[in-house]
Design a protein around this ligand. Structure first.
Ligand code: SF4
Length: 84
């Protein structure tokens, strides 16, 4: 079975992404070495914070311009506003 981002069922972040961006996000997730991935619970915690952040616009961080899912999936990812 193809791996894809499934950690975010409770939040709307992934649902806000355009379909092609979601596919790209899942592709990056699969390409990311497992040792470099954040745990599902950590990703979920991060995206919960992003979901309530005033800088989040449809899954894009207006502080850095990245899709927040990209930042959150990396173990060493960080929030440019130091919220996580
Ligand atoms: S500033 Fe931080 S918490 Fe807010 S959307 Fe960007 S990455 Fe998420």
């Amino acid at each position: 079975m193809e791996e894809k981002l499934t950690f975010c069922r409770q939040c709307e972040i992934l649902n806000q992404l355009p379909k092609d961006v979601l596919e790209y996000t899942n592709k990056l997730y699969r390409l990311l070495d497992k040792k470099d991935r954040a745990t599902d619970s950590l990703i979920s915690k991060r995206l919960d914070i992003c979901e309530g952040c005033e800088k989040n616009t449809a899954g894009t961080c207006q502080s850095c311009g990245c899709y927040v899912a990209f930042r959150a999936m990396k173990k060493d990812g960080s929030c440019p506003q130091k919220k996580w």
